[in-house]
Design a protein around this ligand. Sequence first.
Ligand code: PGA
Length: 264
Amino acid sequence: MGVSRIPLIAGNWKMNLDHLQAIATVQKLGWTLQEGRHSYGADGAEVAVFPPFTDLRSVQTLVSADRLDIRYGAQDLSAHDSGAYTGEVSGAFLKALECRYVIVGHSERRQYHGETDEVCAQKVAAALRHRLVPVLCVGETAEDLETHGAAAVPVSQLRAVLETLQGEPELVVAYEPVWAIGSGQAATSEQAQAVAGALRAVIRELLGDGVAEATRILYGGSVKSTNIAGFMREPDIDGALVGGASLDATEFAAIARFQKHVGV
Ligand code: PGA
């Protein structure tokens, strides 16, 4: 965890929890985080959830009515702003629901929806146009790991997107080894740090020191309350993108309170 970066604990719900379940889950998350604050605090960590599109309006209403200290975003967005794109959701609509973040290029989108680096770059550009912070996911498959080693594929995926950007964009990068997602087999914190360090070096090379220091790099893949502390001790890991374990408000809140386990 870098000293100057605010940690981000992000919950990717994937295709789980309808809008009623979302309300119950976010309510419980809000209470649990507030309770914890008195005794040990989730202080310092930003908590964000990424529900399905159909939940976002309900989450917005709840977060604003109860003034919850929880951010939210979508799991995807269209590369286009408006027009004849049946089934697509514009970044403008997400911004109108006060989303702060949007995930781009999750490995499930790359794998099942054919999203290439080029599409990811267009989506990152769309997010930035609408003042959403893209959470760009990169990661290698088990096969890539064997053929190319750990950092090669994520580095090339990141490079392909960053080469299209200019200035000092705010973005978050999530390193998610495909073999670790949903497998119960997380990367070791040393493995994750090695790749996160390589990713930060690419950010530095292409966008400069300021962006490299400000950009949060998350680890994702089988993160739980029992392994989060190890990741957060690493200098280039600034948070986590959590799938399965984010569906349970108690477990997710325990992850967000990693500082209790890290002792920082
Ligand atoms: P997992 O998923 O935590 O269930 O492994 C992570 C993700 O896909 O973002």
